[in-house]
Design a protein around this ligand. Structure first.
Ligand SMILES: NC(=O)c1ccc[n+]([C@@H]2O[C@H](COP(=O)([O-])OP(=O)(O)OC[C@H]3O[C@@H](n4cnc5c(N)ncnc54)[C@H](O)[C@@H]3O)[C@@H](O)[C@H]2O)c1
Length: 397
């Protein structure tokens, strides 16, 4: 029997390195494993160098390549713009795309400043009134074990949330000769470990608890102030020449905070934590139990039930690979495991469904703005000797 083709969703992706590769894989894979109402089409990828973007289009499966993102936004066959560039271009590209009536997926953090994030959130609200959708790429929300954690907390399985402790630890900058790339330049990245990886644990804390940050006290630290300038970079792989340049961002961020309920939170983000490669860990302690997750063991959620007799109680490893776990119905038999790329595929699935169903997907730009406000409050607190700093609510937007 011949199947009626599904309506297409033309995608334009800006930037094609680390995230560009992950997102291309997601757009290609989502309709192969999930039954979706629209067929995503990898219509055009944009970059700056004609040779490199043409090669990327070929490797990653895009039908066309462009060297000016403005031209892809003008195309009638583009319905959704996927922004995979550093933070300094998020606001300009996202606002232009929304204005042109294109749905937008923008990588995290939403922007490089609260000011930009506010303008983007206002643009997204206005666009939503025209049926145009927008979403921020806080991808870890779509790791099945973390989706399960969110469901269990919402169901009351650990009782009232009392404390959150989270860490995002990597070690790729611990070598003082690691090259100076855009991630170490405040004008391009906005901040260092704080916005790059700390933003994820801020967002996850909000996602898991359903709460916002009320205030923070922050301490930022730069360990290495000068590095050899990167001459070539492809994603996180870079090589340096002999020229040296200044590091203008933090290498590590240490934060204590309170949620809207008053629950205390402790966060640490570091790109100097030897031996920790992508240790994004979060533990939520409630009145009758606790949940713990570590991305280096991403198919497992640990659950402690404080109502079990002490004689046998202990953290239990839940292998989150059963068909009735979030997103798992589409994947492999129990125990066969998912990887880093699956979070991006799930993100694409949820966004495609939201566009087709006329719903606003999450994380929204307003949620991205809240994260930006937390990052900004941490920086202000750190600049003022770790003073307690309130996080303004989003109602001002
Ligand atoms: N969701 C996640 O877990 C996750 C992980 C890594 C990075 N990120 C975010 O993704 C974004 C991109 O990071 P990355 O690691 O892919 O960086 P990258 O350096 O690997 O890639 C950046 C790409 O953007 C292109 N680019 C830069 N400026 C441009 C411009 N003005 N116009 C067109 N193209 C431009 C570069 O040529 C490159 O292709 C950042 O916001 C980063 O914080 C998110």
């Amino acid at each position: 029997m011949v199947q009626t083709p599904k309506p297409r969703l033309g995608i334009a992706m800006i930037g094609y390195a680390f995230m560009g590769r992950a997102h291309s894989h997601a757009w290609r894979t989502a309709p192969r494993f999930f039954d979706l109402p629209l067929e995503p089409e990898l219509t055009v990828v944009a970059g700056r160098s004609p040779e490199r973007v043409t090669a990327a289009a070929h490797t990653l499966g895009w039908a066309a390549a462009e060297t000016d993102w403005r031209r892809v936004i003008e195309r009638d066959d583009v319905d959704l713009v996927d922004i995979c560039t550093p933070g300094d271009s998020h606001a300009e590209i996202a606002e232009a795309a929304l204005q042109a009536g294109k749905h937008v997926l923008v990588e995290k953090p939403l922007a490089n400043s609260v000011h930009e994030a506010e303008a983007m959130t206002a643009a997204a609200r206005e666009a939503a009134s025209r049926g145009v959708r927008s979403m921020v790429g806080f991808t870890y929300r779509r790791v099945p074990a973390l989706q399960l954690a969110q469901q269990l907390i919402a169901e009351g399985r650990i009782g009232t949330v009392r404390q959150v402790r989270a860490q995002y630890l990597q070690d790729w900058l611990a070598d003082p000769d690691a090259p100076l790339t855009w991630r170490l330049d405040k004008s391009k990245a906005g901040s260092g470990a704080l916005g790059d990886i700390g933003a994820h644990i801020v967002d996850l804390t909000c996602f898991l608890t359903g709460q916002r940050f009320a205030g923070v006290s922050g301490m930022l630290q730069t360990f290495v102030h000068e590095r050899p300038v990167a001459e070539t970079a492809d994603g996180l792989r870079a090589s340096a020449g002999s020229q040296r340049g200044p590091v203008t961002v933090d290498d590590a961020a240490f934060v204590t905070g309170r949620l809207s309920s008053g629950a205390p939170v402790i966060l640490e983000a570091s790109r100097f934590a030897w031996g920790r490669k992508n240790a994004m860990r979060i533990e939520v302690t409630g009145s009758i139990g606790a949940l713990a997750f570590d991305f280096e063991d991403m198919n497992v959620l640990e659950l402690f039930d404080a109502e079990e007799p002490a004689r046998t109680a202990g953290f239990r490893r839940v292998l989150v690979t059963e068909p009735d776990h979030p997103f798992l119905e589409a994947w492999w038999p129990p125990g066969h495991g998912l990887g880093y790329e699956h979070g991006f595929t799930h993100q694409a699935v949820d966004l495609i469904r939201a566009v087709a169903n006329g719903e606003n997907p999450e994380p929204s730009f307003a949620q991205g703005l809240h994260v930006q406000r937390v990052l900004d409050a941490v920086e202000r607190s750190s600049d003022s000797g770790n003073r307690w700093t309130e996080v303004p609510s989003n109602t001002a937007v």
